[in-house]
Ligand binder design. Structure first.
Ligand code: PLP
Length: 368
């Protein structure tokens, strides 16, 4: 069965091979007589799933031994509160606002700490990322927050900021929800990374937190126990029942990622090459087109989320209807910015981009 290409921003496409495997194992996982959904999270069957998923993820993302991997619930939006509850000590936190998601984080943090706007690209309509050397970092910040891929605005950090080199002693917190596992990360620059699974890792319900050990144990008194990173870490993410089925699905995605090959490399390195090729093909087409435009400055364009606009917006509905008949789904842009958006995460093959470009071309030709 061939399925349409799904450009959803999230919950997003999952590799066919993973869905097929999950379907085959639905009623009876590995002769256990149980669906993974029906297993005790502390039983030996689920523990083996859990331990493999964690080990595969550590390997895949090259996460150093001094970082804990936490599998939590709540999603990225809950982390906007959970991070300050754990790390802010009610003090100053620096925020760099590069789009809708970091803006949301900045606003939410005000309930828990003293957020300081170190830089914002709002006046540039989130079409770029302010130069790190111009950020107004505080001397007493408890951490610095950035969203490294702005899912709605289509802006991505192609290099993590080195805030230590900018004179900050604070740990860097990154929201990497929508580009985790699409590229490698330099963990030496990171204190904590969080992300919901539903963009690039699997189904919704699982929230990944990767946290440096020395940042544990600083939570405020009123931080809920289930959201206290130290409590979660000390209990191997089983202080409360973790999202077991989502962990199982993500575990299969990790194995799928590890098996991907491109030009002699595997895993995330292979995905990164493929993602560069995919994004290049799409942006190149948009840039030469008379009908479509992407409004993000070139050095800051996301490889994962490509927002674009029809110069004649009265054609939007016709564009989306035509896309659907060609098997190209969920191209409508986020309601806050309008237009179109192609989210092209790891599970989107190059063939999907070719099909999209071919449709963009045909639709443009009918407008002439
Ligand atoms: C999707 C997303 C979120 C929010 O995730 P929820 O699971 O809805 O809480 C946060 N940050 C970024 C960058 C996202 O893409």
């Amino acid at each position: 069965m061939t399925r349409p290409f799904n450009f959803s921003a999230g919950p997003a496409a999952i590799p066919d091979a993973v869905l097929i495997q999950a379907a085959g194992e639905m009623l009876d996982w590995h002769g256990s007589g149980m669906s993974v959904m029906e297993m005790s999270h502390r039983g030996k069957e689920f523990m083996s799933i859990y331990e493999e998923a964690e080990a595969d993820l550590r390997d895949l993302l090259a996460i150093p031994a001094n970082f804990k991997i936490l599998f939590m619930q709540g999603g990225g939006i809950a982390e906007n509160a959970i991070v300050p509850l754990n790390l802010s000590q009610e003090g100053t936190v620096d925020f760099v606002v590069t789009g809708s998601w970091s803006q949301k984080s900045f606003k939410e943090a005000a309930q828990f700490c003293k957020p300081h706007l170190a830089a914002s690209a709002q006046t540039a309509k989130f079409s770029n990322i302010p130069l790190p050397s111009q950020w107004q970092l505080s001397s007493d910040a408890n951490y610095v927050h950035v969203c490294t891929n702005e899912t709605i605005d289509g802006v991505e950090f192609h290099e993590l900021p080195d805030i230590k080199a900018l004179g900050s002693q604070a740990p860097l917190v990154i929201d990497f929800s929508s580009h985790v596992a699409s590229r490698s990360f330099d963990w030496s620059k990171v204190g904590l990374a969080f992300g919901g699974a539903q963009k690039n890792l699997g189904p919704a319900g699982l929230t990944l937190v990767v946290v440096r050990e020395d940042l544990l144990g600083k939570a405020m008194k009123h931080c809920p126990s289930a959201f206290n990173y130290k409590m979660v870490a000390d209990n191997g993410s089983m202080y409360n029942t973790p999202p077991t089925y989502s962990i199982y699905m993500a575990g299969m995605v990790f194995k799928w990622l590890k098996a991907q090959k491109e030009n002699g490399v595997t895993g995330v390195a292979a995905m990164e090459m493929r993602n560069i090729a995919k994004a290049t093909l799409l942006y190149n087409y948009l840039d030469q087109s008379q009908l479509y435009e992407n409004r993000v400055e070139k050095p800051f364009r996301s490889r994962m989320n490509v927002p674009f606009y029809l110069k004649d917006e009265s054609r939007n509905e016709a564009f989306l209807a035509g896309a659907k008949t060609r098997g190209l789904l969920q191209l409508k842009g986020h309601k806050s910015v309008g237009g179109m958006r192609a989210s092209i995460y790891n599970a989107m093959p190059l063939e999907g981009i070719k099909a999209l470009v071919s449709y963009l071309q045909d639709f443009e030709a009918t407008q002439a």
